[in-house]
Design a protein around this ligand. Structure first.
Ligand code: ADP
Ligand code: MG
Length: 701
């Protein structure tokens, strides 16, 4: 809270009327609430609309929740053991409905009454023409609640604390008590001009209405204000960090372009796309600026990031620096090494690869070459981070697939040059929605390759049911007869490795039976690295026509002649995974296809995923849908990022607010970088407070 000198918000929670030491301990342990400040910032994650009452005769499935006044007619225990439940008949005079509970049955049996009215609240569902609510909230009708007209905040609670009779209503009561004395201590945390420009309600009002909303509009405004504030400070921190890095760390200045010009004029195998040229310009500007670069390069599968990486490396080498590229897996490292070596050989520069499987002797040779400067480019896995890997003058680090590397690892790369931090380029082929990129990588500058090389035919994506398999096989045969090759991918079944394997083997056998005239390759997780490589090579050399695999082929496979990707049990794959897999085809000049196989019966979410895949090849569009389906917490790479513990904002929905908040933060930092102006005093104080909170002693005692 924005409360300085005075310590009102630091008051221990046990001193709040009605809490006391026992409940306080529970709040400490279960909800991490230690002080008044903690409680007041314990925002509800949703609100139940208790403004109106509904009649049983008027219920419909679309209602997120219904509130009904009525009486219990009877109840009985049914089922046994696990399936035991309590079913009650409830009526309001317009109809009868069922209420059911699976937990707390004994307690309910003791407390439920046939006399007197109740208010029941929950999500109504209809079963065999009868309305039911499972685990409804039950309140005895009182003078206080009989008129409805309010929103019930719902706080996230643990099972333990619930068992001790602390529910959302109890939290609400404490909150009301606290707010009575707290409101006057709440200070504005945003500068006045911002509050006015974005028509935000004050911090005081917002805190009040998030916990005790007067009406729908007040609640809406409270959320908007708190989201804005949260995202504003999120962006403020990131942008500030970026500015500090930029001011503090000088970068080597790369201006000479001899090799680069030679490569560009005589060796480059194709014309760069406009998007490739654009990002190369952006990168070059950084590398000439004298500041250390920290840039994210986003580009869909096949958009041509490798050549951009290589050209950037050439610029470093032209200026007596070395470059390294770090990949998350050995397969991917190999792939990069092979691709880059082709270019490097054209122009006579030396490239080496370092992974966990490089032997001691070879390692020593690499070490030597790096230290004397004879190796210009090093490609590899985490092995690059080892302390013994030292360079003569490392000038550029390219990190592929950032989301698997932490910031700590980026820092390790910085330390590999004592004089200048190397420039950092992070490449990702997993398109991330703009909102996520802003919060995950807000401290990086972003370049996007948003165009595929010309002449590429968009991949046609088709959904087929398992019952169509014969037709699909016919199609595969016709493609193979044209000289093409085919991937068939099976899911990894997380629950059971054995089951995954069986699934794959069954599939393999049925394909082998259906295509006796063709040779098959198989690649799966149980195979050793050499075996996999052998099988992949056979496929690459066109000795086999069909490659059957589990998802191991997701990364690092480049066979331009393969034109069909069949994904079995496509419902088991996430959207971004499906998109990555599809990216394995469409690499040659021929029309490519992606066939998504599922059972006939699929759920709503699966249907959305499949339809999205069929509709678009655009990775960014797909990532937006993915975000809206799964929420930011489940997206690739967000789990380990502390930046996403947002309390009120939802990155899937609040993109617009984020955009404004970011612009506002940028503008303020541009005009008043040290936050000295009186008008920005609220920011200064708030940040000071956040800092104080980080060492909050009440948590330690
Ligand atoms: P990414 O790493 O972004 O998925 P790659 O760099 O592997 O993509 O490029 C995919 C394929 O497209 C490669 O075979 C590459 O040689 C080719 N390629 C890249 N840029 C162009 C271009 N401008 N014109 C034609 N082909 C290109
Ligand atoms: Mg690539």
């Amino acid at each position: 809270m924005s409360e300085r000198r005075t310590s009102f918000f630091d008051t221990k929670i046990e001193f709040l009327k009605g809490v006391g030491p026992t409940k306080a301990e529970l709040l400490n342990k279960e909800l991490n609430i230690f002080t008044y400040g903690d409680l007041i910032e314990y925002y509800p994650f949703r609100h139940e609309d208790r403004t109106e009452f509904h009649r049983i005769s008027e219920l419909n499935e679309a209602m997120p929740g219904a509130q009904i006044k009525g009486r219990l007619r009877s109840w009985e225990r049914m089922g046994e053991g696990h399936k035991e439940r309590l079913i009650a008949q409830f009526t309001d005079g317009t109809g009868i409905m069922e209420l059911s509970w699976f937990q707390g049955i004994t307690f309910l049996e003791k407390t439920l009454r046939l006399q007197g009215d109740y208010i029941v609240y929950g999500k109504p569902t209809s079963f065999n023409g009868r309305w039911q609510i499972s685990h409804p909230e039950m309140d005895v009708l009182t003078a206080e609640n009989e008129r409805g007209g309010y929103f019930q905040p719902v706080y996230s609670l643990t099972d333990k604390i619930r068992k001790r009779y602390v529910d959302s209503k109890q939290i609400s009561r404490w909150m009301k008590t606290l707010l009575e004395s707290a409101v006057q201590h709440i200070h504005e945390t945003l500068p006045k001009p911002l509050v006015q420009k974005f028509r935000l309600i004050s911090k005081q009002e917002a805190i009040y209405h998030i916990h005790i909303p007067l009406n729908f509009e007040a609640l809406k405004q409270a959320k908007r204000r708190l989201k804005f504030e949260e995202l504003f400070y999120n962006q403020f921190r990131l942008i500030k960090q970026k500015l500090i890095t930029r001011e503090t760390y000088a970068g080597q200045v790369f201006t000479k372009t001899q090799l680069l010009t030679e490569f560009y004029q005589h060796h480059i195998p194709f014309d760069l796309t406009g998007a490739q040229k654009k990002v190369i310009r952006e990168i070059f500007e950084d590398l000439r600026s004298g500041k250390q670069m920290n840039r994210l390069l986003q580009g869909d599968v096949g958009s041509g990031k490798t050549i951009v990486a290589f050209i950037t490396m050439l610029l470093a080498i032209d200026n007596n620096a070395q470059a390294c590229l770090m990949a998350p897996t050995e397969i991917l490292s190999d792939q990069h090494y092979t691709n880059l070596k082709r270019f490097a050989d054209l122009i006579g520069i030396k490239i080496a690869e370092l992974t966990g499987s490089v032997g001691k002797k070879a390692r020593r040779a690499i070490s030597q070459g790096l230290e004397d400067g004879s190796i210009h480019i090093l490609v590899g896995t985490h092995a690059l981070l080892e302390d013994y890997v030292q360079f003569k003058n490392l000038g550029l680090c390219i990190i592929d697939e950032q989301h698997r590397f932490g910031v700590a690892q980026r820092a390790k790369l910085w330390e590999k040059n004592q004089n200048f931090r190397p420039h950092i380029l992070v490449m990702t082929a997993t398109p991330i929605p703009r909102t996520l990129a802003m919060t995950l990588y807000g401290d990086l500058d972003v370049s996007v390759i948003d165009e595929l090389p010309a002449g590429r035919k968009p991949i046609k994506t088709i959904h087929r049911y398992d019952s169509d398999r014969l037709r699909v096989f016919e199609f595969l045969r016709s493609e193979i007869m044209k000289g093409r090759q085919v991937y068939v991918v099976y899911p990894l079944i997380e629950e059971s490795e054995t089951l995954s394997f069986k699934n794959l083997m069954d599939g393999y056998e049925s394909i082998a039976r259906a295509f006796p005239e063709y040779a098959l390759s198989i690649v799966h997780g149980k195979m050793g690295w050499k075996e996999k490589d052998y099988e992949m090579q056979r496929f690459k050399n066109k000795e086999t026509q069909i490659l059957v695999a589990t998802t191991v082929i997701e990364v690092g496979v480049d066979v331009p002649n393969a034109s069909v990707m069949v994904i079995e049990s496509a419902n088991r794959f996430g959207l971004s995974q499906l998109h990555q897999l599809r990216g394995r085809v469409g690499r040659g000049a021929e029309q490519s296809y992606c066939i998504l196989m599922t059972e006939y019966k699929i759920g709503k979410e699966t249907r959305t995923r499949i339809e999205t895949m069929v509709r678009t090849n655009n990775g960014f569009e797909i990532s937006e849908v993915d975000l809206s389906l799964r929420g930011p917490g489940d997206m690739a790479g967000t789990q380990q990022s502390g930046m996403l513990d947002l309390k009120v904002a939802d990155l899937a929905k609040d993109g617009e607010i984020l955009k404004y908040a970011r612009e506002a933060a940028m503008e303020i930092l541009e005009n008043d970088p040290d936050i000295q102006s009186p008008e920005n005093a609220p920011i200064r104080h708030h940040i000071q407070n956040l800092r104080n909170n980080e060492t909050n002693w009440s948590r330690i005692s």
